[in-house]
Design a protein around this ligand. Structure first.
Ligand code: MRU
Length: 366
């Protein structure tokens, strides 16, 4: 992998989708081939791929792979319905999954023959991927002025940004959402330093965000999840930018567990708290995030163990609590719109409110 932008999902050939196995970063760069719909479901469930836009893209190719299985005679024609259902049940919170499956349903069921369905599904999945690349690039274009403003105001001193989880290119296809303005700021010669929350229990910050920032030569410091408040109290954070898995029409933001606490600390310390998101992460069908966004609960062993590289170079999990201690593993939390300074989308930056969002996306006005 080079300094240049890379992709997280690609076609190896017309019957094989390849993804980076994100479970082993930053220690091993391993790729996995997906040749069946089950492979796509499994990749999403096991978090081989993760991050809202990438989950959606993987599911899109999953539909295409299901049609290929039908074409080969490995599955009956009706399997396509089961494929949609299994993909929809792979993870509950990121709305991009359901958005992508809706788009794929239209592409598939508008066709008459299997050959036409295959062609249409292939084109649509590829388009979903290409659209995400351009969308994330535009999030950077609109987010960059926020960083430029701080850089101008502070007399061209380093801009300190805090982020939680990984909403970088590894969660998307290229660019990333929160990283797009950061990478574009770097290209403009702005000094940036990123505080990276480790993001227990899966450590997406330590494993993935730190990996990406290293590859891009962005200065960064890893912190434990509870450090952000202290840094903000001491003026060491200029800006918080996080991603999201689902944002409601009134601007409530679901993101990786712990995001809400960062928003509270930012609010208490007058630190701007922005959320970068493609419009594919907006769920226009719901309003109240606390009541309406399904929060994923994962296996308790993710909390009870830590996975990493031993001195021997081997990768291993170690238990960090008594074997019998039960653990709760909520994957996401909801930050109410009132704590969000603004939403950075591909169409511009807006307040986290229905009015703000529908000004940018008037087609969703009611
Ligand atoms: O559980 P994950 O790793 O899929 O959670 C990812 C996040 O919470 C990201 O912040 C979000 O999906 C945005 S990715 C652009």
């Amino acid at each position: 992998m080079t300094q240049e932008r890379f992709r997280t999902i690609w076609l190896k050939d017309e019957i094989t989708v390849e993804v980076i196995d994100q479970r082993f970063l930053p220690h091993r760069f391993i790729t996995v081939e997906l040749t069946t719909c089950f492979d796509a479901v499994d990749a999403i469930k096991k978090m081989i791929v993760r991050g809202a836009p990438l989950i959606g893209a993987t599911a899109s190719y999953g539909v295409y792979l299901a049609l290929l299985e039908i074409q080969k005679g490995d599955k009956p024609t009706e399997y396509i319905n089961q494929a949609f259902e299994e993909l929809a049940n792979s993870r509950p919170t990121a709305v991009n999954l359901f958005w992508a499956l809706d788009r794929m349903k239209k592409a598939v069921f508008s066709q008459n023959t299997l050959e036409e369905q295959l062609k249409s599904a292939f084109a649509e999945a590829n388009q979903i991927v290409e659209d995400d690349v351009e969308t994330c690039r535009m999030i950077g274009v609109h987010g960059l002025p926020l960083i430029e403003e701080i850089w101008g105001k502070n007399g061209h001193q380093t801009v300190n940004i805090l982020t939680h989880c990984n909403a970088g290119m590894l969660g998307c296809i290229e660019w990333g959402t929160i990283t797009s303005p950061i990478y574009q700021a770097k290209e403009k010669g702005i000094d940036i330093h990123v505080w990276v929350d480790e993001t227990r229990p899966r450590n997406q910050g330590a494993n993935l965000t730190a990996f990406e920032l290293t590859k891009h030569g962005i200065p960064h410091t890893l912190i434990v999840d509870n450090t952000g408040g202290h840094l903000m109290q001491h003026g060491m954070v200029d800006l918080v930018i996080v991603g999201t898995d689902r944002t409601t029409r009134q601007g409530d933001v679901a993101n990786k567990i712990g995001t809400y606490l960062k928003a509270l600390a930012a609010n208490d310390n007058n630190v701007p708290f922005y959320v970068a998101l493609p419009s594919t992460t907006l769920d226009w069908t719901i309003t109240d995030g606390l009541k309406e966004i399904p929060i994923e609960q994962r296996d308790q062993n993710e909390v009870k163990t830590v996975f990493g590289k031993l001195d021997t170079g081997e990768l291993a999990s170690v238990l960090i609590c008594p074997e019998t201690t039960p653990a709760a593993n909520y994957g996401f939390d909801v930050t109410p719109a009132r704590l969000v300074t603004g939403l950075i989308t591909e169409r511009g930056v807006c307040p986290a409110s229905e009015e703000g969002l529908t000004r940018l996306f008037p087609e969703h006005k009611r």
